[in-house]
Ligand binder design. Structure first.
Ligand code: TRP
Length: 328
């Protein structure tokens, strides 16, 4: 049986952090054998919130280095920039006719962004963010979309657009699948201050952080405020360091839980344990990153190669679309 297809992507924001890893990247890597995977750099999506293009290229390279260093294999999972495949813009126009303005205005992810970034004058393109994302997924006929939790509303809109297109132009043999989102258990990893881990909040641990940096950062992490002295009993359920243990150190988690509650384990020691576990996971990633940093050409080649593969798929889908619309 043919493998199901994964399509997922990220906006190029530069170096990735543990939240990006736990929320999506790790999942991409784990799924790359079982599925036929395509991964896209959503560089046009950046323009929805920032028109300056100065940093997009460098941020793209940094992000792709992290993808590769963490273990995404370009032979199995082509990686490409959305802006290099012209078919994205063409299908975006068609899809924009298949969804109402009211529906896009109800998108909770958009509402959150408008509130957090204090956006007063929303652009047409920003309102259409999920339409472009639907294009990203459906041009490649993605069946499964592994993403962070905040992206699920966009997958729902993608399903609606796929259904609408199929009904209108191809009722007997659907052109597009209705893709499913796939989230991880740690889809929203807390940052060092307990809020969602996010670069703009300055509460991240980067995949490229050296061991001493990880130790420093964890030392400052917020724990249970009622656990003031070493032997005070703690409440792991409200402690973000405990969440990190659950995610990155599951073997020791039961002991840590017992010893935190009884007061036998102090926060300093607990944080050091956690840092050393995270450093163990990051060590091979940092090692591989250094290799790519010395050979940036190989990263550009990965993208060019991925773009050749992606373009073929996108062109085939577009000719099917034009055909069904009798606009071929
Ligand atoms: N909107 C996604 C995010 O911010 C990035 C993205 C763009 C994406 N296109 C996609 C994710 C297609 C999955 C599939 O994380």
């Amino acid at each position: 049986m043919a493998k199901k297809r994964i399509l997922s992507g990220m906006r190029p924001t530069g170096k990735l952090h543990l939240g990006n890893y736990a929320g999506a990247l790790e999942n991409w890597i784990n799924l790359q054998d079982e599925y036929e995977s395509y991964h896209l750099v959503a560089d046009y999506h950046v323009l929805t919130t920032d028109l300056s293009t100065n940093e997009i290229y460098d941020n793209t390279i940094e992000m792709v280095i992290d993808w590769l260093s963490a273990g995404l294999d370009p032979q199995k999972a082509p990686m490409f920039r959305q802006s290099q495949i012209k078919e994205h813009t063409e299908l975006f126009l068609i899809f924009s006719m298949l969804i109402t303005k009211a529906r896009l205005e109800r998108n909770p992810t958009l509402k959150e962004q408008v509130r957090d970034l204090n956006i007063e004058n929303l652009t047409y393109g920003h309102l259409g963010y999920p339409v472009l994302q639907a294009v990203d997924i459906l041009l490649y006929k993605g069946d499964v979309v592994p993403v962070g939790e905040d992206q699920l509303p966009h997958i729902e809109i993608t399903r609606e657009i796929a259904r609408r297109f199929n009904q209108q132009y191809s009722p007997d043999a659907p052109v597009f699948p209705e893709p499913e989102g796939k989230i991880t258990q740690f889809a929203r990893l807390p940052g060092l201050d307990g809020k969602r881990m996010s670069k703009s909040l300055g509460n991240t641990i980067f995949l490229s952080d050296e061991p001493d940096v990880v130790i420093q950062k964890l030392r400052k992490a917020v724990t249970d405020p009622q656990k003031v002295r070493k032997n005070d009993p703690g409440r792991p359920e409200i402690c973000l360091v405990f969440t990190y243990h659950q995610k990155f150190n599951p073997g020791e988690t039961p002991d840590i839980e017992t010893n935190c509650r009884s007061g036998a384990l102090g926060c300093v020691e607990c944080k050091l344990k956690c840092a050393s576990k995270i450093n163990e996971i990051l060590a091979p990633i940092i090692y591989k990153r250094k290799g790519y940093e010395k050979n940036l050409n190989s990263v550009v080649e990965v993208l060019n190669d991925g773009e050749d593969k992606a373009r073929k798929v996108a062109q085939a889908t577009m000719s099917e679309v034009r055909d069904k619309m009798t606009m071929g």
